[in-house]
Design a binder for this molecule. Structure first.
Ligand SMILES: Cc1ncc(COP(=O)(O)O)c(C=O)c1O
Length: 371
């Protein structure tokens, strides 16, 4: 039985009819860009995250750029980023005119290494840093990152694109962030029907700047106080997300169940399957198995032959991307991110995967590793 890496079509029985009604409503009320539907979404996200304010925008990459610009990061400023992340994190820094410094990751939680980060701050005195909550959890040292950055006057932006529904010490991971950004790309845990994103913040002043920057720096309809751009959230995305939020708990429960099952089975198979640090409840965004890099291609060939989808998220460290060389100010630390990129193997994990599908993935994977 083939099992896809991800299937975005597993809708709840009443989802499509409700979505059709919402589409008709949004069309009849011409809520195409902005409108009450966007305000309603921002309020729902604020309540869910515990943030002080939420501002919707066009995508997660823009959210990062809006957050960087809001704290004044620009030409020539230094920004620390983890060496393992999606390229958008690195790209956003360059796009606002700043220079990225990559920091290696902690080999246990796979997030930016706190001790290296501290040394890099002392060495390079950056203006800001982006801590990425990767794979569906975050750093074991999240509280220390926040506290240290506050003490050192480093603006800490948290890239929470992959962290919808993640809890840290029982609260939303977004709750105490100065600025956290999210993506609603359809494959995310809270995904839209197109590209969309948002900035969550604990500061109403920063929220106000973000909102202006993402709407042409507007202070009135034809008054422009800042150089911004158009990064407004579309009404259809907001409508789709408002509806999806109603099903979020069930989707999260389903993903977490699959992640827990994998973790159990992989332990029995003697394969390293990364677990979130104790303070976290993961969201089941990705399953992360670590395979001997010399054996990974062989394992993948068997998965492919048997129709099992898989991914390598991500197959290369940021500092080694061909596009990085011109802009990388420094690379700090060793090569844990590179080792991760050569060993990471992600198996199918999405909401409403059936038990039979999970059984099949485990059966084929066991065969692939010769068990
Ligand atoms: C960690 C991370 N940062 C940023 C982004 C960028 O988001 P978007 O694709 O919505 O621009 C993504 C999404 O793929 C991501 O996973």
């Amino acid at each position: 039985m083939p099992v896809p890496f991800i299937d975005l079509k597993r809708f709840e029985p009443d989802f499509l009819s409700r979505w059709a009604e919402e589409c008709a409503h949004l069309t009849k009320t011409t809520q195409f860009v902005g409108g009450p539907v966007v305000g309603k979404l921002e309020e729902k996200l604020r309540a869910l995250s515990g943030a002080v304010a939420v501002v919707g925008c066009a995508n997660g990459t823009d959210a990062l750029q809006l957050a960087l610009r809001a704290v004044g990061v620009g030409e020539g400023d230094l920004v620390l980023v983890p060496d393992a992340t999606f390229w958008a994190t690195f790209e956003a820094v360059v796009n606002v005119g700043a220079r990225p410094i990559t920091i290696d990751i902690d080999p246990v939680d796979l997030q930016m290494d706190f001790d290296l980060f501290v040394s890099a701050v002392e060495t390079h005195k950056p203006k800001a840093a982006i801590l990425v909550h990767l794979y569906g959890w975050g750093s074991a040292k999240l509280a220390a990152f926040r506290e240290f950055c506050k003490k050192k006057n480093v603006f800490l932006i948290e890239d929470g694109a992959q962290a919808h529904g993640v809890t840290f010490n029982g609260d939303s991971i977004y709750k105490d962030a100065l600025l956290s950004t999210v993506s609603f790309y359809p494959a995310k845990v809270l995904g839209s029907c197109g590209d969309a994103g948002a900035v969550y913040t604990s500061s109403t002043e920063l929220a106000d700047v973000v909102r202006k920057l993402g709407n042409h720096g507007r202070t009135s309809h034809y008054g422009h106080g800042l150089i911004g751009w158009n990064s407004r959230l579309a009404g259809f995305d907001a409508g789709y997300l408002n509806l999806s939020i109603e099903y979020m708990d069930a989707r999260l429960e389903s993903r977490r169940k699959v992640a827990a099952r994998y973790r159990d089975e992989f332990r029995k198979l003697g394969v390293k399957f990364v677990a979130p640090p104790a303070a976290y409840q993961e969201n089941g965004y990705l399953s992360v198995a670590l395979i001997d890099p010399d054996k990974r291609a062989g394992v993948e060939a068997v998965l492919k032959e048997n129709g099992i989808g898989f991914g390598n998220v991500y197959p290369g460290a940021m500092s080694k991307q061909p596009g990085a060389a011109r802009f990388l100010h420094a690379k700090f630390g060793g090569d844990n991110a590179d080792t991760l990129s050569r060993s990471v193997l992600n198996l199918p994990l999405f909401a409403y995967m059936t038990d039979a599908e999970v059984d099949e993935v485990i059966r084929v994977f066991a065969k692939a590793i010769g068990r």
